[in-house]
Design a binder for this molecule. Structure first.
Ligand code: IPM
Ligand code: MG
Length: 354
């Protein structure tokens, strides 16, 4: 199992080191893991003048899975767009065909009071957002900046989904629902957008292959509202790239701790890129205060989704739970009476509980 490890920027290197520490416990027990490190994002720009350097691309293509920290930093904000760290992320997603982005939002009972919503609204929350990741307005052509005949500046993008793009993500959506609560809510804006009219049609057609799954449709504005009104009504949310970007940030906050949530971005064969959903947090980088749990849980998702090592995945997840129930807390989730620890110490606590 060859893993390309791309720590990236900001807190990336610190949190990735903790995930590797945890994986190393399994490796020492005999799990055949191999790591190779590469540069990505701002680190790629610093090393090779490119947020996704050719050497990193080669490494990622040859590996079975990619573990990513986070990308981005103040220093890179003023670079021309193609050189910005985020472009590295978009390119690796596209190049590796990582069209299926799984973003679970679940609330650990130990952290129920960390949510900004009332405990009764969020306790027991366990939903999965499945976001299409390589199409939509993020990649649609044409796009650009231009001047009108009158000389006014215009910016334009194209929202576009082909039938095959919709159907392959819809299949993942129904299969994901089959493994969970068998409810799939497809989110679109079919009252306004043609792209969404096709989306809804194709998802409905594919639902005939999955008679056990209860399919519903919801407009994205309503979905944004329902997520804070009654988030427990959802099991799996299936949506496009841009709506999924927005709704997954919203959903993450229901759990009170963006530092807790992992993600998987998978291709058609299950090869994937695994990363925390939070960013590079340059304001706290290098201070040993970042929460490494989202990255550690991303390593668990890697074991499950790419390597079919369900037992290894479950052991990592249990170890995280145990560290929390034993009272270990990084500053972002710290509460009275708990043991405040740093990034490294949290990594140690989880590793010791594998
Ligand atoms: C995410 C991020 C990215 C996205 C950015 C950094 C390009 O917000 O992974 O959700 O919009 O997809
Ligand atoms: Mg986002």
């Amino acid at each position: 199992m060859k893993i390309a490890v791309l720590p990236g920027d900001g807190i990336g290197p610190e949190i990735v080191a903790q995930a590797v520490k945890v994986l190393d416990v399994l490796r020492r027990e005999g799990l055949g893991l191999e790591y190779e490190y590469g540069e990505m994002g701002g680190a790629g720009y610093d090393a090779a003048g490119d947020p996704y350097p050719p050497a990193t691309s080669k490494l990622a293509r040859e590996a079975d899975a990619v573990l990513l920290g986070a990308v981005g930093g103040y220093r890179y904000d003023t670079l021309p767009r193609p050189l910005r760290p985020e472009q590295g992320l978009l390119r690796i997603r596209k190049e590796l065909g990582l069209f299926a982005n799984l973003r679970p939002a679940m609330l650990y009972p130990e952290l129920a009071s960390a949510s900004s919503l009332k405990p009764e609204v969020v306790s027991g929350l366990d939903l999965m957002i499945l976001r299409e990741l390589t199409g939509d307005i993020y990649f649609g052509q044409p796009r650009g900046l231009r001047r009108t005949d009158e000389g006014e500046r215009e910016g334009y993008d194209t929202m576009l989904y082909s039938e095959s793009e919709i159907s392959r993500i819809a299949h993942v959506g129904f299969k994901t629902a089959m493994k969970r609560g068998k409810r799939l809510c497809s989110v679109d804006k079919a009252n306004v957008l043609e792209t969404s009219v096709l989306w809804r049609e194709v998802v409905t057609e594919i639902s005939r292959d999955y008679p056990q799954v209860d399919l519903s449709h919801m407009y994205v504005d309503n979905a944004a509202m329902q997520l804070v009104r009654n988030p427990k009504q959802f099991d799996v949310i299936l949506t496009g790239n841009m709506f999924g970007d927005i709704l997954s940030d919203e959903a993450s906050m229901l759990t009170g701790s963006i530092g807790m949530l992992p993600s998987a971005s998978l291709d058609a064969e299950g090869k994937g890129l695994f990363e925390p959903i939070h960013g590079s947090a340059p304001d706290i980088a290098g201070q040993n205060v970042a929460n490494p749990l989202a990255t550690i849980l991303s390593a668990a998702m890697m074991m499950r989704h790419t390597f079919n090592q369900e037992e290894a995945a479950a052991r990592i997840e249990h170890a995280v739970r145990k560290a929390l129930s034993d009272g270990f807390r990084t500053p972002d989730i710290h509460q009275e009476g708990m043991t405040r620890v740093g990034t490294k110490e949290m990594g140690d606590a989880v590793a010791a509980r594998i």
